[in-house]
Write a protein that binds this ligand. Structure first.
Ligand SMILES: [Zn+2]
Length: 121
């Protein structure tokens, strides 16, 4: 396993990423913003700190009925959810001193049982 300082590719659904106090030199020390479905009609922007696992969910002001088009529901305030999530992420990133948990060590190679019958040499 290699540890590099180069930024890793963002997961597909991450829309924004903030460095925590640990800074760019620590891999994984970020707060990530993602969009998530809360239900069929509700969506939210979630900010998750990868260091302390704290997260905040910022629901979009969905169910925004249009009076001129009855029955039409618009996710009009995605911006609002994003904005709230961003400000949470920004202020959390500025204060979070937690370090990301080290990635799990490589699992030990599977030990082969020594079976007398399998010996060939
Ligand atoms: Zn944190």
């Amino acid at each position: 396993m290699t540890t590099t300082q180069t930024p890793t590719a963002w997961p597909e659904n991450v829309i924004a990423r903030y460095f925590t106090l640990a800074g760019p030199s620590v891999p994984g020390a970020t707060v990530d913003l993602t969009h998530e479905d809360m239900s069929d009609t509700a969506k939210a922007t979630r900010a998750t700190c990868n260091c302390c696992q704290e997260s905040g969910q910022f629901e979009w002001a969905d169910q925004y009925p249009r009076h001129c088009r009855p029955g039409y529901v618009d996710y009009q305030n995605q911006r609002k959810g994003d904005y709230n999530a961003r400000s949470w992420a920004q202020s959390h990133a500025e204060t979070c001193r937690a370090l990301p948990a080290p990635s799990p060590a490589e699992p030990e190679p599977k030990r082969r049982f020594w079976l007398p019958g399998q010996r060939t040499a």
